[in-house]
Design a protein around this ligand. Sequence first.
Ligand SMILES: C[S@@+](CC[C@H](N)C(=O)[O-])C[C@H]1O[C@@H](n2cnc3c(N)ncnc32)[C@H](O)[C@@H]1O
Length: 213
Amino acid sequence: MNTKPYAESCDRNREPILAVLQRYLGGAGSALEIGSGTGQHAVYFAREMPWLRWQASDHRDHLPGIRQWLEEAALPNTPPAIELQAVVGASPGLQPLPMLPQAEGETGFDAIFTANTLHIMGWDNVQALFAGLPALMAPDAVFIAYGPFNYGGTFTSDSNQHFDGWLKARDPRSGIRDFEAVDALAHAQGLTLRDDVAMPANNRMLIWQRLRA
Ligand SMILES: C[S@@+](CC[C@H](N)C(=O)[O-])C[C@H]1O[C@@H](n2cnc3c(N)ncnc32)[C@H](O)[C@@H]1O
């Protein structure tokens, strides 16, 4: 039998992330997670927020591992993980387009969450991710991103600078993103920053809201 994929970082950061998620997702019915990785976060957040339907997603290579976590936990609010990627091309966005949840006549997820992905994918993929958000978000939905960010073009810690060097040596397209550049992408998609929360280990949690026109 295959061992489940495991990331120690998920055990370290899940409680502080949950505390922030609970502030924003108390009234939400559905959440889409982009780049679920191992699937550990999906199981933990779905168990701790049973009122939510938590939709995990990632590249197809990650789906068997996520499935192992979800099947073992057997929670009622975790549908099977779906393939979803931020892709660049003729129409940059999130593909393949998932089935959208439907509540009270409105279509789209109440929340989209992503952890530790924006510094992994290339900047053109980050742009594609933001371009793909509106099609998947309910009118008042939030988009929440967890990870390290730079401010004013500066690293917030020596460890983040070291991490950025390590990321770029592994893949020159990766790197810690500038908060201002990411916030500009959000604005261009009609999202307004609601909060920027300092997290342990020099990470941030950025919360944007899509406001009804
Ligand atoms: C460092 S892992 C983080 C996994 C998990 N969210 C966590 O916090 O442990 C980065 C994740 O981003 C995903 N990813 C990379 N490029 C992506 C893209 N273009 N679209 C969606 N996800 C992507 C990877 O497949 C991987 O699961």
